[in-house]
Design a protein around this ligand. Structure first.
Ligand SMILES: Nc1ncnc2c1ncn2[C@@H]1O[C@H](COP(=O)(O)OP(=O)(O)OP(=O)(O)O)[C@@H](O)[C@H]1O
Ligand SMILES: [Zn+2]
Length: 612
C-alpha cells in the first residue's frame, strides 16, 4: 500500500466527508448563499465525532485532549456569535486530526511493508509428485520445493539443491547468502538463484519470521517512559491553560481571541510526538535485523553508559578448539585421555564439550557410553566411563574435589580444562576460542557514542579473560563467574544508580539478561529462552548490530526531543504570543497550527529512511 492509498483508504471516509461538508458550508455561508441554520447544522455534523471522542476520553480515561479544546473553541465561537470563524477553525482542525491519524496508520503500515509477508501456499514434494498445498496442511519433515525468485514458505533444512538466498526480510542484510545441503533456511526470505528441496521444521506461527512480526506488533503497543511523561505534562498543563484562557476572556471579552488562544494552547502534539517516533524507530530497527520489544528499551538504551558483555559466544565465536593436550599422568596415552574426556563430554551441550569432541573425532578416538553423568554449573562435569570416575572442568572444580594439579607449562592465553581420573589429575586440555570479527570496532564505536564502562563477565579464568579484554579494549572484566554471580554483578552496578545493558548469547546468561535494564541477545535462531529473556533481540549474531542499536535509539530519543521542543514548544509559544499581540486571528491560528503537526510527522517518519 502506498502513501496516497493510506490517506484515502476507507477507514478515513467519514473524516474526509466531514472536512468537505464543513468547508463547503463555510464557503457558501460566506458567499451568503446558505442561511445560518444550515451552517450550524454542518458545524454540528463536523463537531459531532470530535465532541464524542472528547467526552469519552474525559469520562473513560480522565484525559483532556485536543478534541476537548477544539470542541470548546467551536462552542465558544457559536455562543459568541463568531459562526464563520468557528466553522473554519473546525475544518482546519479536522484536517490536522486527519493528517495525524493517517500518518500513524501509515507508520504502522510501513512496518508490515518493510518486513513483507510469507506465502500461504507451498509446493509439496511427495512420492515423486509436486503439488501446491496450503501451509497449514504441512507437517514437520515434509519436503517443500522452492524455485528461483520465490519466497521460502517455511523454516527448514535444505536436503537437496543449492542457491543464493536474500535474507533481508529477517536479517536486514540484503547481500545474498549461499546455501546448500544441510544449511537452514527461513520463511519469508527469498531464493534469488538456484532451486531447493527444504525439509520443513517450522511453519506458520512458529517460524522465526512470524516471531519477528509478533515481537514488532507487541512493541508498538508498549509505551516509552517519555510518553508517560508527556501525558503527565499534558495533564498538568491543561488546568493552567484553562484558567489562563478564562482570565484572558474576562479581561478582554474578546471571543475571537479566546478561540485563537484555545487552538495554540492545546497540548495535542505532545501526544502525537512520541508514539510516531517509537513506531518508526522500531520499524527501522526491525528492518536492520534488530528486534526491539518496546519503546521503553529504545529510550533506556539511548541513555545507557554501562554495557556488560558475556565472553563465550558473544565476544568470541563460541566454537572453541583444543590446541594441545598436556599429560599429567604417564600411565595414560594421549589417545586414552582424549577418549575418556570425549566420552564424558558427549553428554554435555557446553561449547567446550564440543571442542573436545571435535578433537577426539580428528584423532579417530572411539567413544564409550558414560554412566552417572553430572553437570557442575559454571565449573564442569563428571561421569563414569568404563568404571573410571572422570572429572573435567576448571580449577575451581578440581579444588572442590581436593584434587591438586601441578601444570608443567604455563599458558596464559588459552583456557585450561583439567581432567582428573579416579581422583588424580590426569591431563590438561588447552582450548581457545577466536574473537568475533568486528568485536574491536564495535567496542570502539560504543565508546565513541558515549558508553563509558564496557565490562566483560565470564565464567572463564582470569588469564584468558585478561587476554581477550586486552585485545578488545574493554575497560574491565570479571572472571570465574558463575551464572548467579553475573546477576549479582549487574545488581551491584545498578545499586550505584547505573542503568546497565547486558549482551549475551543466552546459553547461560538468560537470568542476567532479565536483570539488566536492557538485555540484548545475539541470534534469534539460537535459544528460545534468550529470545524471551531479552529486551532487544539481534536476528543475526553480528556484533556491529549492538552499536547500530545504540545509534538508532539515540537518534530516536533526539527526534522526540526535537519534536517536543521544536514542533510543539516553539510553535506554540510563538503562536500564543502572536495571538495575544493581535497579529493572528482564529482562522490564521488554525492554519498555522497545521505546521507543527506536519513538522512532527515528517520529523518522526524520517527515521524510516535517513542514514543513522
Ligand atoms: N562441559 C564442560 N567441560 C569442561 N569444562 C567446563 C564445562 N562446562 C563448564 N566448564 C568450565 O567452567 C567454566 C565456566 O563455564 P561457563 O559456562 O560458566 O562459562 P564460559 O563458557 O567459560 O564463559 P562465559 O561465561 O563467557 O559464557 C569454563 O570456562 C570451563 O572451565
Ligand atoms: Zn499544537
Amino acid at each position: 500500500m502506498n502513501y496516497l492509498q493510506t490517506f484515502f483508504s476507507r477507514q478515513f471516509f467519514w473524516e474526509i466527508i466531514r472536512i468537505i461538508t464543513v468547508g463547503i458550508a463555510s464557503l457558501l455561508f460566506y458567499l451568503e448563499i446558505i442561511p445560518l441554520p444550515v451552517l450550524l447544522a454542518a458545524t454540528a455534523f463536523g463537531l459531532y465525532a470530535l465532541l464524542k471522542t472528547a467526552i469519552l476520553e474525559l469520562i473513560r480515561e480522565r484525559k483532556i485532549g485536543t478534541e476537548l479544546f477544539i470542541s470548546i473553541a467551536v462552542i465558544v465561537s457559536v455562543v459568541g456569535k463568531e459562526y464563520l470563524a468557528g466553522s473554519v477553525v473546525l475544518m482546519i482542525i479536522l484536517i490536522a486530526e486527519y493528517i495525524a491519524s493517517a500518518s500513524g496508520e501509515r507508520a504502522r503500515a510501513s512496518i508490515k511493508e518493510l518486513i513483507g509477508s510469507v506465502p500461504q501456499t507451498a509446493i509439496l514434494k511427495k512420492d515423486g509428485n509436486e503439488q501446491p498445498v496450503s501451509i497449514a496442511s504441512l507437517t514437520v519433515g515434509d519436503i517443500v520445493v522452492v524455485k528461483a525468485g520465490e519466497k521460502i514458505p517455511v523454516d527448514g533444512k535444505i536436503v537437496a539443491g543449492s542457491g543464493s538466498v536474500n535474507q533481508a526480510p529477517i536479517t536486514g542484510e540484503s547481500v545474498p547468502v549461499e546455501k546448500n545441503s544441510g544449511t537452514e533456511v527461513f520463511a519469508g526470505t527469498i531464493l534469488e538463484l538456484g532451486a531447493l528441496d527444504v525439509e520443513m521444521t517450522k511453519a506458520g506461527k512458529d517460524t522465526v519470521f512470524s516471531r519477528i512480526i509478533a515481537l514488532v506488533e507487541e512493541a508498538e503497543s508498549s509505551k516509552a517512559p517519555i510518553e508517560k511523561l508527556t501525558d503527565k505534562v499534558a495533564a498538568w498543563l491543561i488546568p493552567v491553560v484553562f484558567v489562563f484562557v478564562l482570565g484572558v476572556y474576562l479581561l478582554t471579552k474578546d471571543v475571537k481571541l479566546v478561540i485563537a488562544l484555545l487552538i495554540f494552547t492545546s497540548p495535542a502534539e505532545l501526544g502525537l510526538a512520541t508514539p510516531l517516533v517509537t513506531i518508526s524507530a522500531i520499524a527501522r530497527a526491525a528492518r536492520e535485523g534488530i528486534l526491539v520489544k518496546g519503546g521503553k528499551f529504545l529510550e533506556e538504551l539511548a541513555k545507557i553508559k554501562t554495557i556488560v558483555f558475556d565472553k563465550t559466544g558473544t565476544l568470541t565465536i563460541g566454537k572453541p578448539t583444543v590446541n594441545r593436550v598436556e599429560i599429567l599422568d604417564d600411565s595414560f596415552t594421549e589417545k586414552e585421555l582424549v577418549q575418556l574426556a570425549a566420552s564424558a563430554e558427549n553428554r554435555s551441550s557446553h561449547p567446550l564439550a564440543n571442542a573436545i569432541l571435535m578433537y577426539a573425532d580428528n584423532m579417530g578416538a572411539s567413544l564409550s557410553e558414560p554412566t552417572d553423568f553430572e553437570v557442575f554449573k559454571g565449573k564442569g562435569i563428571s561421569a563414569t566411563i568404563n568404571n573410571k570416575k572422570v572429572l573435567i572442568g576448571n580449577k575451581t572444580l578440581m579444588d572442590d574435589h581436593t584434587i591438586s594439579v601441578t601444570v608443567n607449562s604455563e599458558n596464559l592465553t588459552d583456557t585450561a580444562i583439567y581432567m582428573a581420573v579416579d581422583g588424580n589429575a590426569a591431563s590438561v586440555f588447552y582450548v581457545s576460542d577466536a574473537i568475533r570479527p568486528g568485536a574491536k570496532e564495535m567496542i570502539e564505536e560504543l565508546k565513541r557514542s558515549g558508553v563509558e564502562n564496557i565490562i566483560m563477565l565470564t565464567g572463564d579464568n582470569p588469564q584468558t579473560a585478561a587476554h581477550v579484554s586486552g585485545q578488545l579494549g574493554i575497560t574491565s572484566f570479571r572472571a570465574d563467574m558463575l551464572p548467579e554471580d553475573k546477576i549479582k554483578a549487574i545488581q551491584e552496578l545498578q545499586s550505584k544508580g547505573e542503568k546497565v545493558a547486558m549482551v549475551g548469547d543466552g546459553i547461560n546468561d538468560a537470568p542476567a539478561l532479565v536483570q539488566a535494564n536492557v538485555g540484548i541477545s545475539m541470534g534469534i535462531v539460537g535459544t528460545q529462552a534468550a529470545m524471551e529473556a531479552a529486551d532487544i533481540v539481534l536476528v543475526e549474531d553480528k556484533l556491529e548490530k549492538i552499536a547500530r542499536s545504540k545509534a538508532i535509539s539515540k537518534k530516536a530519543f533526539r527526534t522526540i526531543k526535537e519534536n517536543i521542543i521544536g514542533g510543539v514548544g516553539v510553535v506554540h509559544v510563538v503562536g500564543i504570543t502572536l495571538v495575544l499581540t493581535g497579529v493572528l486571528g482564529p482562522v490564521q491560528a488554525a492554519i498555522i497550527h497545521l505546521l507543527p503537526d506536519t513538522l512532527v510527522f515528517l520529523n518522526s517518519i524520517k527515521l524510516l529512511r535517513v542514514k543513522i
